[in-house]
Design a protein around this ligand. Structure first.
Ligand code: MN
Length: 324
């Protein structure tokens, strides 16, 4: 997915000063963002005004559930666009999305599967609903910032149809990224992190083992889940801080919650549009390359023109100091 804001601003993210060193329970409202000409609504909880990152997780958009039978215009249709310096993590609760990229990969994704695109030094992709989509579209688009040592890796794409699953009474946990309770995802990662989805039956009551050196946050995708005693509906992000060795999850009715965590991301990064870089000049160079048709390659098979980059903001940011 692309950041389809018309006038995105540069955001400085990362740095240990922005990490809570103890367990906290901060309910962070998301921003409702309307994407594209079709007006699809998305709730963006990362970057958040109050917490820009959780570990290396730097972007979280939750979309749907959209009833495509009643609203065919809500089908996903994101034209070719570039990425740099990050991984895109596509995860569906319902529906199907087709990915195409400038390396020539064409890959549908369904619920329970992971599409992971490592942009590294640059890639372009498009995402769209298939011609005859399932009735409901519901999912998340997440980004993971690459650390300095990996930010210029060759772009590559991974599809994981099967992921490790942990089960407890009334609870199923799928590990998308990283490792949880001894279950390790095959997805390639460049920092210590975890992404996992827990589905809870009515009456479920469990504890997930956590790492005290990670910071964590939880995002409800459906139903109602109580996370560390906090009722969490779909919408806000519950920032949990660090210093935890486990996390209580319970549900009176069925629910689904995403757990994001990782070692605090020490480096300062600059995010703008679909790019993660280290300074304003690199953002300008990446934008120029996309508009000039170089560096990213072409996405074949998408019926439509590539997305033009939005205008650069007039305010330039530098990755220094404490920004919260
Ligand atoms: Mn994208």
């Amino acid at each position: 997915m692309s950041n389809l804001e018309r006038h995105p601003q540069e955001a400085v993210c990362g740095g240990r000063a922005a990490v809570a060193v103890e367990p906290v329970r901060e309910l962070l409202a998301g921003a409702e963002v309307t994407l594209g000409p079709r007006g699809n609504r998305v709730v963006r909880t990362l970057p958040n005004r109050d917490r820009r990152m959780v570990g290396a997780w730097c972007f979280a958009d939750h979309y749907g559930p959209e009833d495509l039978t009643a609203h065919p215009d809500a089908r996903m249709r994101v034209p070719p666009h570039p990425h740099i310096g990050l991984q895109t993590v596509s995860w569906l609760v319902a529906g199907e999305v087709l990915h195409r990229d400038s390396l020539g990969n064409t890959q549908p994704i369904e619920p329970g599967q992971l599409n992971l695109m490592t942009a590294g030094r640059g890639i372009a992709h498009a995402e769209e609903s298939p011609p005859d989509p399932p009735p409901t579209l519901h999912g998340v688009q997440l980004w993971v910032a690459l650390p300095h040592a990996a930010r210029a890796v060759d772009p590559h794409f991974e599809h994981h149809a099967a992921l490790p699953v942990l089960t407890d009474r009334g609870v199923t946990v799928t590990v998308l990224m990283g490792e949880l309770d001894g279950a390790a995802s095959p997805a390639g990662v460049y920092t210590q992190l975890v992404g996992a989805e827990a589905t809870l039956d009515a009456g479920a009551d469990t504890r997930l083992p956590l790492r005290p050196d990670f910071e964590y946050a939880a995002l409800a995708l459906s139903g109602a889940v109580e996370v560390d005693g906090v009722p969490l509906p779909p919408g806000p992000l519950l920032y949990l801080g660090s210093g935890r060795s486990d996390l209580a999850l319970r549900a009176d009715r069925p629910g689904r919650v995403l757990l994001l965590g990782g070692e605090p991301f020490d480096e300062r990064i600059v995010m703008w549009w679909n790019f993660v870089e280290r300074d304003h000049e690199e953002i300008v160079a990446a934008r120029d390359a996309w508009m000039g048709g170089s560096r990213f390659g072409a996405v074949r098979g998408y019926d439509g023109a590539p997305l033009p980059a939005p205008p650069m903001p007039t305010v330039r940011l530098r990755p220094r100091g404490r920004h919260r």
